[in-house]
Ligand binder design. Sequence first.
Ligand code: COA
Ligand code: ZN
Length: 296
Amino acid sequence: MKKIELYEVGPRDGFQMVDDYIPLETKVRIVEGLLDAGLRHLQITSFVSPKAIPQMKDAGELASRVVGKYPDADLFALVPNLRGAEAAWESGLRSVSYVVSLSESHNRANIRRTHEDSFAGLQAILEAYPDMDVCLDLSTTFGCPFEGMKTEDDVVPFLKPYVDSGIGTVNLCDTIGIANPAQVRCIIDAVWAEYPSLDLQVHIHDTRNMGMVNTLAAIELGVDKVQSTLGGLGGCPFAPGASGNLATEDLAFMLSEMGYELGVDIPKMVELAKWQATAIPTGQFSGHQFRIPDTN
Ligand code: COA
Ligand code: ZN
């Protein structure tokens, strides 16, 4: 049976879109609930400027509540710069997603950096923390709200200096949910043709209800690490039009019905998604989950 590793990013990508501060206890309960449901790869927060994303002001406190408590879990955080990586390291995390946008306009809007600055920022992290596991989160891989669609001719050369500097994992992010399955296939094929040993993940927003087909297209090409968010929460505050992610419970349901081994308890995730929708007032909950039979 083929195994797929689910990467849950709701506590970062989902929570960052909620305007009202989510109490720390609620965040901890969701993070622990996800772990209890069997998820083993969890992006728990981001170490970013609280002026940019006020919701993430408690990143250190949240990390101190869970890091070390779940030794078999891969807990990680998003960082935009060396300062964020320092804070993540000090909180005990040893794994980060370093975010850079393929589109320079979105890079400037999101992290106020040029491509050159972002590349230099990554080098500083790799130098300061050689033992940190760093995944490159490539935002707007498939298209950008300011620059339009992207192709493999944009992605492949962009990645070269990153791969040359030792990046072994790249998360291809459809930040605004603009991708289609044919494009997903073209980009992944081209990236793997050029960098065959690169570990790829996908992170697809569900703006046009294409999160599932785009993620499946990646899986069918051999991608076995996929990102999603509980209840489909998510978006980027600096990308106009960005909406929720693919819902983890929906993705898990489809993959499990298809015979993939996931190691998660879907009914537990569904219960948690329902609870999250009540605990986080603006939370979304698609409702598809009600169709999951009790026996599953
Ligand atoms: N964590 C916490 N605070 C940080 C920080 C970090 N990683 N990096 C910078 N800061 C603080 C600085 O100390 C400074 O604080 P001060 O004004 O109180 O002195 C302030 O943020 C601005 O710092 P500066 O280096 O000038 O950053 P900036 O204004 O150019 O913004 C980023 C750059 C990257 C820090 C900011 O745009 C950011 O955090 N973006 C993240 C956006 C995001 O999370 N998007 C969604 C996820 S993809
Ligand atoms: Zn996202």
